[in-house]
Design a binder for this molecule. Sequence first.
Ligand code: SAM
Length: 282
Amino acid sequence: MAGELYVCATPIGNLEDITLRALRILGEAHLIAAEDTQRTRVLLAHYDIAAPLISYNEHNRKQRLPVIMEKLKEGGKVVLVSDAGTPGIADPGPMLVAEARKRGFPVIPLPGPSALSTALSICGLGMTQFTFTGFLPRRAGERERLLMELRQSGRGVVCYESPHRIEAALASLAKVWPDAKVAFLRELTKIYEEVLVGSPGQIAAELKARPRRGEMVLVIEGDRDGGQERTFSQEQIREKVVVLMEVMDKKQAIKEAAAELGIPKRIVYRAVIDLPGRGKMG
Ligand code: SAM
């Protein structure tokens, strides 16, 4: 019999969030390839499942691939699980799936929870169209450029975040999209599950008083007129830049005004092209 690769969703917190089919297949597995073996061991122990387990993560995936392919060649049932939720969403799953399919092994989904769909289901924001970013870029400039593009796309946004980067993410959002309607969802399906809805500034202020812990997702409602260029008169744009130039140089003031007004830099640049390059730094 040909081997089969099962791509199995596991709970994102509450261990009861697993399908009957997933439990049966995990019990029958010849090998479970887990992103985080410790977390998977807890799940398997909870359901009394004893199956061989190896780690498969972004650091060792190249070395692990031949071992997993060998098991499939022997006709084994291999189950891929991520640290939590559905494999293939912001994790190293796709490489294994692509390789198994390339070699002609059936790839079978075992659907179930994901932080993405769980967050969308209870965020309460209108999200008919959205972009999923996974984790936002680490560098502030890159992050802000991306958030600005997303704002201008007019679509909603879903991002995964971590406790040590949430503050920076909200600060970037407050800069380029200050009036965004944001849902912050933490520890979904766990004891300390919480949902905050507000502007980036309001959520950042709320989080200041709380411990910086847990797994979290940000959902941002689409900016309905973000797809079109906002209409500000030349005079309004100039006024904004002139005020900013009291505390920064012209180049920075153009960048800042574009971010604050939510319009492309080139529009601001054109509106102030004749302004002398004075300001704090010349
Ligand atoms: N593949 C997984 C899925 O389907 O959700 C996600 C893997 S990704 C590497 C891990 C990220 O998912 C976390 O950093 C966090 O942003 C989000 N996440 C996972 N579990 C969560 C939970 N219980 N509550 C909120 N976010 C969660």
